[in-house]
Design a protein around this ligand. Structure first.
Ligand code: 13P
Length: 253
């Protein structure tokens, strides 16, 4: 049984007071369910204070990015071991905003994924096509090259302790969610790529959907066979919305 993961990607939002309140409300209202794990990914400067906040609770902590290097002369970068040190369990890797705005190639994402795993963090590898890709019928091809670069570098075994997130770029922050069937098709394809190398790992890996998930559409998405939770942007910034999505996951269990 894979279980669900509902992850909040706070992106570049929040300040001390707001974070304290948001995390406090999530902790107070989170479902007590063995089949649903809840995760928040605040910006770097708040990881330590949020680690203290979630300590002793079932709410997990993750980061939004990391360096591919372990330490040294990399001004402004954050090492995998530092994230582990401040209490992170997960780290998002290859978000489409980083690919598009900060030039992260498939190969760079693969190296970050490898660095995260090596340090003992669970990478959440984001893949997804643009609208142009989808309209040109290239969705599967794009996913194959994004996932393929990571598989090639780290091998299938590393996916035993990783999470995938399918985030169609056209659905992020646009209010246009992929339909449950559209998302399921891609999730199934992702699982089949992994299954071609290891059936067991493919059947155990959690594949999240991300892109305009909210309390109203989460039920339909989470009911699909290969959708194991969500990577939530905008709706993770309001506790009621995030908890409604968590409740939708719990109701599937
Ligand atoms: P939205 O939920 O705001 O569309 O963002 C999705 C996302 O990018 C999560 O990583």
């Amino acid at each position: 049984m894979r279980g669900f993961l509902v992850a909040g990607n706070w992106k570049m939002n929040g300040r001390n007071a707001v974070n304290e309140q948001l995390a406090g409300e999530i902790i107070a209202g989170m479902p007590h369910s063995d089949s649903v794990e809840l995760l928040i990914c605040p910006p770097y400067p708040y990881l330590a204070s949020m680690a203290a906040k979630v300590d002793g609770t079932a709410l997990a902590l993750g980061a939004q990015n990391l360096s591919e290097f372990e330490s040294g002369a990399h001004t402004g970068e954050i090492a995998p071991g530092m994230l582990l040190d401040v209490g992170c369990k997960y780290v998002i890797v290859g978000h489409s905003e980083r690919r598009a705005m900060y030039g992260e190639s498939n190969e760079c994402v693969a190296r970050k994924f490898a660095a995260a795993s090596k340090a003992g963090l669970q990478p959440i590898l984001c893949v997804g096509e643009t609208l142009e890709d989808r309209e040109a019928g290239r969705t599967e091809k794009v996913i194959e090259s994004q996932l393929g670069a990571v598989l090639e570098l780290v091998g299938i075994e590393t996916f035993a302790t990783a999470v995938l997130a399918y985030e169609p770029v056209w659905a992020i922050g646009t209010g246009k969610t992929a339909s449950p069937d559209q998302a399921q098709d891609v999730h199934k394809h992702i699982r089949s790529i992994l299954a071609a190398q290891d059936d067991n790992i493919a059947s155990q890996v959690r594949i999240l959907y991300g892109g305009s998930v909210n309390g109203s559409n989460a039920d339909g998405l989470f009911a699909m066979t290969d959708i194991d939770g969500g990577l939530i942007g905008g709706a993770s910034l309001k506790s009621a919305d995030f908890l409604a999505i968590a409740a939708a996951a719990a109701s599937q269990g």
